[in-house]
Design a protein around this ligand. Structure first.
Ligand code: OFO
Length: 171
């Protein structure tokens, strides 16, 4: 039987992960509109990864005999002034998600829910990577500034991102 406080908090996190997917999908559309096809490709893969994060929470809740409840997903921002602003928003969002994961670990430990704690460790590690990846792109975009050649070089590089292998994506 699933701890009710954990069940509720995990349902909230499922919603947060699906919102992450939705936010990045909105960025896909922005980049496509800006003819930054490489960034659109990169974000599309990110969108899929976020959905997979959500599914991990969904599976855990269901596996533990809890009840998954799908809540309304907020409308994401739809317009950005630059690629830098979009990736900066992405980085800020990842920092927010990291703090949510940390809070979940604190809650799981306080409730003595070792299964939930063990499950969350994958996300703790994942968030280190998520923040580092987004920040590295932000730093590169800051360096190229308004230089269109530099922007298109980064776009080309990001377009080479390969989708995560199914096993890795599923964690
Ligand atoms: Fe971007 O890691 Fe999930 O939300």
């Amino acid at each position: 039987m699933m701890n009710k406080k954990i069940e509720e908090a995990f349902n909230e996190q499922l919603n947060a992960e699906l919102f992450s997917s939705y936010l990045y999908l909105s960025m896909v559309n922005y980049f496509a509109d800006e003819n930054l096809d490489g960034m659109a490709t990169w974000m599309r893969i990110q969108t899929d990864e976020e959905r997979m994060h959500g599914m991990k929470f969904l599976d855990f809740i269901n596996d533990r005999g809890g009840r998954t409840v799908l809540k309304q997903i907020d409308q994401p921002k739809i317009e950005w002034s630059s690629a830098l602003e979009a990736f900066q928003d992405g980085y800020n969002h990842e920092c927010l998600i990291s703090s949510k994961i940390n809070d979940l670990v604190t809650l799981a430990n306080a409730e003595g829910d070792h299964a939930a704690s063990a499950f969350l460790q994958w996300f703790v590690t994942e968030q280190v990577e998520e923040e580092a990846t987004a920040l590295a792109i932000v730093e590169k975009l800051k360096k190229v500034g308004d230089n269109p050649v530099g922007l298109f070089m980064i776009d080309d590089q990001l377009g080479q991102r390969a989708p995560a292998a199914p096993a890795a994506a599923a964690g």
